[in-house]
Write a protein that binds this ligand. Structure first.
Ligand SMILES: NC(=O)c1ccc[n+]([C@@H]2O[C@H](COP(=O)([O-])OP(=O)(O)OC[C@H]3O[C@@H](n4cnc5c(N)ncnc54)[C@H](O)[C@@H]3O)[C@@H](O)[C@H]2O)c1
Ligand SMILES: [Zn+2]
Length: 247
């Protein structure tokens, strides 16, 4: 197997997707066949779905909270923590996962592009209340309300049809720009993601346009694999711990 050299010139930007948590026992949407309670996952992960049936949306996220609290990070998560310790500020992890497993493994330089399962916010965009940590598994049949304005609370998750936080995108772009400015070797590595969800899907093209090396670690070959220079097919929990050569 190829190895990825992580030396003092390397600036590593990692993007992870649901596949990285699969070995911890967190199902990917694909693993669920895109369905929950027999309906498309979009029905519980979109503003329209929330407007239509907030009880059902909270049932889904409460179940996911309970499920994510029971699982543990796997060797793929741990490998990324080791790489970060080695590279320091020349490492950034952008994740599409909301399960919090990267943080629990010890990752610190992390951008949670799709939000966090254990954060709740007010659904009223005019409400001043900031998103807050929330591990509550709400009993079926309840929807929490905002103590400031009385509107419904919602999970702090980027749903289908919603925009990513521009601050997060700037953090990612700023990292790549600093790498280039410093004359470093920019490496973009994606793991456990089908790469079809924008803008994650565009990150590989951006990295390449900036002269970066591109690596993909994924269980199955996807259409997006062709856009990476290096593709290693396999499970992230098996591949990542062997991939990095820390010098
Ligand atoms: N754990 C989570 O927080 C979680 C769970 C489900 C979905 N989501 C999010 O929902 C969106 C779409 O979800 P999706 O499930 O289609 O994910 P996705 O589009 O990121 O695809 C998952 C990819 O992971 C690959 N994969 C599966 N097991 C793997 C393993 N052990 N090692 C390496 N690769 C593996 C699959 O081949 C697939 O290509 C994404 O934003 C995703 O991150 C997050
Ligand atoms: Zn409010």
């Amino acid at each position: 197997m190829e190895t990825l050299l992580l030396d003092s010139k390397t600036w590593l930007l990692v993007l992870t997707g649901a596949g990285v948590s699969a070995e911890s026992g967190v199902p990917t949407f694909r693993g669920l066949n895109g369905l929950w309670e027999g309906q498309p996952v979009e029905s519980v992960a979109s503003p329209e779905g929330f407007a239509k049936d907030p009880l059902r949306v909270w049932r889904f996220y409460s179940q996911r909270r309970a499920g994510a609290a029971e699982v543990s990070p796997n060797p793929g998560h741990t490998a990324l923590v080791e790489w970060e310790r080695h590279l320091g500020d020349r490492f950034l992890l952008a994740t599409q996962n909301v399960d919090g497993l990267h943080r629990r493994a010890g990752s610190q330089r992390i951008v949670e592009m799709h939000g966090n399962l254990f954060t709740t916010r007010c659904s009223n965009v005019d409400c001043k209340r900031a998103p807050f940590p929330d591990t509550t598994v709400y009993p079926d049949g309840t929807v929490p309300g905002c103590k400031d304005c009385g509107s419904l609370l919602r999970p702090h998750i980027v749903w289908f049809g919603e925009y990513l936080d521009p601050v997060d995108l700037e953090t990612i772009q700023g990292f790549a720009q600093r790498a280039v400015k410093a004359g470093g070797r920019l490496v973009f590595l994606a793991a456990g993601t089908s790469g079809v969800v924008y803008p994650a899907s565009g990150m590989v093209d951006q990295a390449r346009a900036m002269g970066g090396e591109t690596w993909l670690v994924n269980l199955e070959t996807t259409e997006s694999a062709l856009r990476f220079k290096h593709f290693i097919q396999g499970k992230s929990g098996e591949v990542l711990p062997k991939l990095g050569r820390l010098v």
